[in-house]
Design a protein around this ligand. Structure first.
Ligand SMILES: Cc1cc2nc3c(=O)[nH]c(=O)nc-3n(C[C@H](O)[C@H](O)[C@H](O)COP(=O)(O)OP(=O)(O)OC[C@H]3O[C@@H](n4cnc5c(N)ncnc54)[C@H](O)[C@@H]3O)c2cc1C
Length: 406
């Protein structure tokens, strides 16, 4: 469906989804204006290395660019960097920026991602309290991660645990404080949490679950954390307690809710000239539940989907959603979304493991693997085929999983 001819597409956001959409528009020979508006001052970059290789100092910022600057010039994709959108006029079809600019659009893609959830505790404003979302956050934290420095991390999700692994590698003394009874509880099965916890402890990280952080203590700079009535001295504090969709600037536009921008399967919002993709987009999945998905694969897929829909082209081939996390030499790979009533089947190896999720008809809905890339690939195929599998075969590490694909 279209709402008039398309001469210009404005994309608000400069991350994975935004760039993928711009690239797709040009790949499909869209000859109109493509303008990308990004609040950050630097050219678009990948975020995953911010808690991994870049934080570890193994690579420099230039290595994480999504595309070379010359690419955007060649493709005539206009970058407005350091330019924050403040609101949309849907009637006049213009985006307004904090510098007073007004950018007209025929189609608008919102790909503003997410912003960190901030701590609401006494002492949260102290120096030395870090969050990790942007390149500048990573570089500020990296400069503090010296050998022997004491680091407390609040939040044992995948970002907190990746920072723990990286900081341990740099010789920091690391403590993780997690409110839930286990680490990465939102993302993985208990068996996988347990495997990662064992590895973190073996590497010397102190992991405290079911921990209640009460306040942060210090004069100007963080000095300690009060947790469960105990005072824990620290030099650095990292907060990794999740993110919120970046929708504040859309208040009153009728496009967003607190939990994201609702879009259809084509990434189209309630306004047929406005699309959303990536961490900010709330989309119904196969099981009908609307979800925001925070992953590179999702941002790329939705960016591509939105660009194709803008051009009235058929959508991309369906993909099984997937995600990864690296901690030490453990590689976590996840695909699919387990349903609330699905059961899990674990498969253990001497090194690594896999957990498969099956629905009531024994069809695979999700797979979570640790350092088992082959099981991950096979699991993804089984999810795509919605094929029934015998749970006993899955749990038997000697049964060749490729047999299930026959
Ligand atoms: C430290 C870290 C590690 C991660 N590791 C992994 C991983 O291992 N695997 C994985 O799959 N995913 C990982 N992710 C998640 C993944 O990076 C995100 O899901 C993905 O980047 C989302 O892309 P996006 O384009 O939706 O948003 P973003 O990448 O957040 O980009 C949004 C951009 O929009 C800009 N913006 C926001 N508001 C405005 C505005 N009003 N005007 C203009 N610009 C605006 C922002 O400044 C930002 O540059 C990680 C994320 C982080 C932070």
């Amino acid at each position: 469906m279209s709402s008039g001819p398309i001469h210009s597409v404005v994309i608000v956001g400069g991350g994975q989804a935004a760039v993928e959409a711009a690239v797709t528009l040009r790949k499909k020979s869209f000859a109109g204006e493509v303008t990308l508006l990004c609040a950050e001052p630097c050219p678009p970059y990948q975020r995953p290395p911010l808690s991994k290789q870049l934080l570890a100092g193994k690579i420099e910022p230039v290595a994480i660019a999504l595309r070379a600057t010359a690419f955007f010039e060649r493709q005539e994709i206009t970058l407005h960097l350091g330019s924050r959108a403040t609101h949309i006029d849907r009637v006049r079809k213009t985006v307004h920026t904090q510098d007073g600019e007004r950018l007209p659009y025929d189609r608008l893609l919102i790909a503003t991602g997410a912003t960190v959830r901030r701590l609401d505790l006494a002492g949260a404003q102290l120096e030395g309290v870090h969050y990790l979302r942007r390149l500048e956050d990573c570089l500020a934290l990296r400069s503090q991660l010296q050998d022997g420095a004491r680091l407390v991390i609040i939040g044992g999700g995948y970002i907190g645990m990746e920072v723990a692994a990286t900081a341990r590698g740099l010789g920091c003394e690391v403590t993780v404080l997690e409110m839930a009874p286990r680490i990465m509880a939102r993302q993985v099965a208990p068996e996988i949490s347990a495997l990662f916890e064992v590895q973190h402890r073996a590497q010397g990280v102190v992991v405290r679950c079911a921990a209640q952080v009460e306040k942060l203590i210090g004069r100007r700079h963080i000095e300690a954390v009060q947790v469960d009535g105990e005072t824990l001295a620290t030099d650095i504090l990292v907060v990794g307690v999740g993110v919120l969709p970046e929708v504040g600037w859309l208040d009153g536009s009728g496009l967003s809710r607190a939990d994201g921008i609702e879009v259809d399967a084509c990434c189209r919002s309630v306004d047929e000239a406005v699309y959303a993709a990536g961490d900010v987009a709330l989309q119904a999945r196969g099981n009908g539940i609307a979800l925001r998905v925070e992953s590179v694969q999702n941002a790329n897929f939705q960016g591509r989907t939105a660009a194709l829909a803008i051009l009235d082209e058929p959508p991309p081939a369906e993909e099984v959603p997937w995600f990864w996390s690296n901690q030490y030499d453990l590689r976590l790979q996840i695909a699919g979304f387990p349903g609330p009533a699905d059961r899990s089947v674990a498969r253990y190896y001497d090194s690594g493991m896999a957990v498969f999720f099956l629905d009531a008809a024994d069809r695979m809905s999700a797979v979570q693997c640790v350092s088992r890339p082959r099981d991950f690939m096979l699991g993804k195929k089984l999810i795509a085929r919605a094929q029934r599998v015998d749970p006993q075969h899955l749990s038997d590490a000697n049964y060749p999983l490729q047999e299930l694909l026959q």
